[in-house]
Design a protein around this ligand. Structure first.
Ligand SMILES: [Zn+2]
Length: 415
């Protein structure tokens, strides 16, 4: 590395360590910020010489990044931004902290994918899904797909591993020239992770015609865009690889959505030459991801934390949650997005028949929504009140970003 980059990297590590020591989070954002101030090309310098995978999408990227890092770990040391700092400052900090590693697996905020592709020249990029998120500031889904596509066209040599079940992802991952010839682009490996949420992909991003669906399949009624044949598929409690071999996947993480994330991780790792038989047992070693899915026992209640921050992820959370008392917590602080109207895009009917409690800064928004949906609920002021109001046994907690952090902090204090 050039001297300037060496200095920048060293200062970045020190700043992050000081920030951690001062109890101000994991320090990765400030560390990366200072490093990039000293050397604006620091991320590119740190990325050079590593085989890199980028993981992007609206939902599941933190978990998929973690599973992918575990799978690629079969080959050697892997640098990764495991705390969800998914912008260039976080990537810079993660690579500076890790030192020299042959591999890196980086979670990338979908808005920064083009910039990070440019800086890191990855071997492979994984595209998970695109759906509405943070209504007051995120881009429209179709615009996001357009940005991804433009970025990939500028990097034709990068391997793409993409979700065949999401029409927006398929369109973004398929270069225009190939699409018009109806030829499957050779550089894309398709996986099928399922897609519960369809409300951002009823209209074809290519021609504006309606998209039709039948069982697993989808197709545009006005142009050749349709679901490509996936090479990696979730089947029962395992994953089928491109050779047609089925691998049982035993995860500690709940839900079918995480089996899909595991399939994605195996597909990305295979791009580095990792055989699924070697990687699959490592996926089972991942117990929680930045506190998500963590189970904590408190006052005889087994509390499980699920993060859900937009309509698509709420649907997945309902699928993961057991039929048990469930606490929902909603805030609308800066990291959450200030607009909670997306609550009306979520069908809360799956919660009927269980004890539902609500809390958080915007619990009353949730109250209106649940009332409209015909779901009885009880409002509690604090997490401790929620625990006191449910019988011993399991308590499922589904919370959006800062609400999740608040509850995690309270649990950490007690435990
Ligand atoms: Zn179309």
């Amino acid at each position: 590395m050039p001297l300037r980059a060496k200095v920048a990297s060293s200062v970045s590590r020190t700043a992050a360590a000081l920030s951690r020591a001062a109890g101000r989070g994991d320090g990765s954002v400030i560390g990366g910020w200072i490093g990039l101030k000293i050397d604006p090309d620091l991320l590119a310098h740190l990325a050079a010489g590593r085989a890199i995978a980028l993981v992007s999408g609206t939902n599941g990227k933190t978990t998929t990044t973690r599973l992918t890092a575990a799978a690629v770990g079969v080959l050697g040391r892997v640098a990764t931004n495991s705390f969800g700092a998914n912008m260039p400052t976080g990537h810079t900090s993660a690579l500076a902290k890790a030192g020299t590693t042959p591999y890196a697996v980086l979670e990338v905020d979908e808005h920064y994918l083009a910039q990070v592709l440019e800086a890191t020249e990855p071997h492979v990029v994984a595209l998970l899904n695109l759906s509405r998120d943070q209504l007051d500031r995120a881009k429209e889904v179709a615009m996001m797909a357009q940005l991804w596509r433009a970025a990939l066209v500028r990097h034709p040599s990068v391997r793409v591993v993409a979700n065949a079940d999401d029409p927006m992802v398929v369109w973004a991952a398929t270069p225009p020239a190939l699409r018009s010839n109806q030829v499957e682009p050779p550089a894309v490996t398709w996986f099928s992770a399922g897609q519960r949420w369809h409300d951002d992909s009823w209209v074809c991003p290519e021609c504006g015609s309606p998209i039709e669906r039948m069982s697993d399949q989808w197709w545009c009624t006005g142009c050749p865009l349709r679901r490509p044949e996936p090479q990696w598929v979730v089947e029962d409690d395992g994953v089928v690889d491109p050779a047609g071999d089925w691998h049982k996947v035993v995860l500690q993480l709940p839900g079918r959505v995480n089996l899909g994330n595991a399939a994605t991780a195996l597909a990305v790792a295979a791009e580095f030459g990792v055989r699924p038989t070697d990687a699959v047992s490592r996926l089972g070693g991942v117990a929680s991801v930045a506190g998500r899915y963590a189970q904590v026992v408190r006052d005889g209640r087994t509390v499980r934390l699920l993060l859900a921050k937009n309509p698509a992820s709420w649907l997945e959370a309902f699928d993961m949650a057991d039929m048990a008392p469930t606490l929902l917590s909603i805030n609308a602080r800066d990291p959450d997005g200030l607009d909670t109207s997306w609550l009306f895009d979520v069908d809360f009917a799956p919660l009927r028949g269980r004890q539902v409690l609500i809390t958080g800064d915007r619990a009353y928004d949730l109250a209106v929504r649940l009332d409209v949906n015909g779901v009885p609920f009880q409002h509690v002021r604090t997490f401790a009140d929620a625990v006191a109001n449910v019988p011993p046994g399991r308590l499922e907690v589904i919370a959006n970003y800062t609400a999740f952090q608040d509850i995690r902090a309270e649990l950490d204090r007690v435990n």
